[in-house]
Ligand binder design. Sequence first.
Ligand code: CP3
Length: 342
Amino acid sequence: MLQNDLFLRALNGESVERPPVWMMRQAGRYLPEFRALRDKYDFFTRCRTPELASEITIQPIDIVGPDAAILFSDILVVPQAMNIEVEMKPGVGPWLPNPIRSAKDVEQVIVPDIHEELGYVLDAIKMTKERLNNRVPLIGFAGSPWTILCYAVQGQGSKSFDMAKGFCFSQPEAAHALLQKITDTTIAYLKEKVKAGVNAVQVFDSWGGMLSPTDYQEFSWKYINQIVEALAPLTKVIVFGKGCWFALNEMSKSKAAALGVDWTCSAQNARYLTGGNITLQGNFDPSRLLSPIPEIKKMVTQMINDFGKDKYVVNLGHGILPNIPVAHAKAFIDAVKEYKAK
Ligand code: CP3
């Protein structure tokens, strides 16, 4: 039995004494303990070594105390397993030396056996569950097919993902074939993660907001919804689409247990768009963690009052930034723990 099941109760829509809190990218560079390991081991070594991945996953639980852990890994281990080479260049970020640009390239992409190619993630989950010892639930995750396509085609991070969009609009058949392969792999991958012990899964659609509402339906939501349909009978599914407020209404009609919201959408608007019944997660501007601590605490209380304490998971509106002082991250979490319903 979990000692702290607030997060799962909020995903269930149950009434809680206070909302649960965790932070996207909480296992990361703002922690000196993380940077010490980063200096010793390269990125994918950290992902592939269950001892390291589980240690990094648990660091924020011990240091800042959120109500859920998220497995240290990356959305780009999926394309790697699909025969698409991915490097992580220090100071640059993701780097794919052979990006997908044609139908012929898509043919080379495989739907892998999960145990063969991603068994190390499953081992990391099992070890992390053991080391967490039921303190808090563990979240597993994957990128959305569209967001993975963005990297696979663009070959690196981008402000516009113009080549990824160009590929979809000029070679839609090849794009859909690629999106379907990523979807099939992601469904198999997340199902194995659930078997290995994660308590919920989150789909990150970090670049969904690059698409128009109409294109979003065709190139992103259609595939995310396949994942939601396949996983919802097995676990709680959270969908986070950055910049995707325009799709919240459609998303709220799906089998997702919760929807992530970024800081450009007000709590009131998010509740309105989703019909007021589904659990929402978000949406503190990550840069606002640079405000003085008393101000952070005041803003967190206001945010909880705006969303309401039930059917709500406190989070940032995107990942925590590397320049956030640990004391400010902790103040964010403490403010939620100190919350008293009005
Ligand atoms: O949330 C967590 O703490 C769990 C771990 C996690 C990482 N990446 C570790 C990581 C998660 C959930 C991700 C998801 C991820 N990865 C996303 C979706 C979420 C988002 O932020 O939009 C995306 C788009 C990626 C792709 C990726 N990985 C980028 C763009 C980068 C480089 C830039 C950056 O933000 O750091 C990475 C590298 C990466 N993934 C780091 C970490 C801690 C930093 C690099 C390092 O540790 O050497």
